[in-house]
Design a protein around this ligand. Sequence first.
Ligand SMILES: *[C@@H]1O[C@H](CO)[C@@H](O)[C@H](O)[C@H]1NC(C)=O
Length: 121
Amino acid sequence: MKFTTALVAFISSTVVAYSTPLNPRDVYVPAITYPTAGTVWQSKGKYNVTWDASDAPEFISNKFFIRLNAGGRILPIVLAEDFDPRAGTVEIELPWIVPGDDYGITLFGNSGNQSPAITIQ
Ligand SMILES: *[C@@H]1O[C@H](CO)[C@@H](O)[C@H](O)[C@H]1NC(C)=O
């Protein structure tokens, strides 16, 4: 009887352990804090993109990267990759870009987070 009780207790605790939800590392989408709306960048310029890393989870499984947008569409131009999302900043260097005022960036981890519109001269 005692053995059966112990066995049931063991099985229950095992089931609880395995049904505990995974930590929420795969929903980390930090808000971009720079560039802000109306920022003006120069082609071939270097800038520090920043984001709010204050609520970064301990484990982040996704690779992070930053891409350039134009008119809200994500361009095949990677501005930064393989940086630490917990740092809250990464330096990017723009290539030569056709001037325009509807550019932006998207910070990707598990899903993309876009900056407001910026101008590139
Ligand atoms: C980006 O930040 C680093 C560290 O603060 C600094 O050394 C660097 O000059 C900055 N780059 C630009 C383009 O501001």
